[in-house]
Write a protein that binds this ligand. Sequence first.
Ligand SMILES: [Zn+2]
Length: 312
Amino acid sequence: MNQIEQVSFDPLASLLKQVAPSKANELDNLLACLCPVCELDGESEALVFRARPSTNTVIIGMKCTIRLEVHAHAAAIVFLAMGAPGYWSMDTEQKSKLYKPVDDLLNWAVSRDLQQWLVANGHHVQPEDVFQQVRSELPLPSSLDKYQREFGSRLFRVAAAFILLHELAHLHFGHTYARGYSAIQQEKDADRFAADWLLESASKAQDPQLSRTTALLGISVALLWLTLVNVYFGPQRSATHPESYDRLFQVLDHAISQEDDEESPFVWHFVSRLLFLHMHTAAFEVDAARMQGDPRDTVNYLIDLLSTSRRS
Ligand SMILES: [Zn+2]
């Protein structure tokens, strides 16, 4: 594939309609108004998802999209493990055993995520230098069962839709390049637009596979992926983007229903497990006792560690 290729927006529109069918008409209106163009970047290893408002273009990196897909499958394994018999009374070590198949997937995806960040900062490393046991091709091991594959694909589609809607929001709101407070606010507005879009559709969905829970988990996968930069490199203090851990917490805290006594603990627990897995790999010293309480508090605690980058 050439480095940059302009392609039709139609496949992306189909993805958005598949994930949020009850917003199909609204999407048609939005696209008729914006006439967005899609540029695929087949070469760059970097995390390429951005909007260029001057030409109504959404730019998508193919390589980072594959990494997102692998992250979504790892997340699916973690989520399905939460349904294992006796899961809720297991200690952290027992839970970790259930997540074992996640290791290979995250080794593959995270090593590439890290590599491109290091290269962007002037370091030249191979994925193998970052983690061991890295395979060169997309590793969806044959050991993944049908449910893990199906659910992984579903989470990937929602996570990709969230990012895509975030970029469309920049075009829709007419955002322009900015720095400081207004730039940070633009990012928050785009996140809010994307999350509300998916949840509004999910609340009307007939199909249980498109439930609020699926939407919330998919959004979490996307934002957890972005938060990896904080896990490995600390707070970024960017002039154009909020810290990813802030985006993760703020979007979910806005989106998760506090009244629903299943949804809130369930989604926060999922987020805390995945965040913990990454932070554990990145050698954060985590107080096991703080991992046992209210899962929203646990996520808050982990984010607090990220914001102060207390690593062993
Ligand atoms: Zn943005």
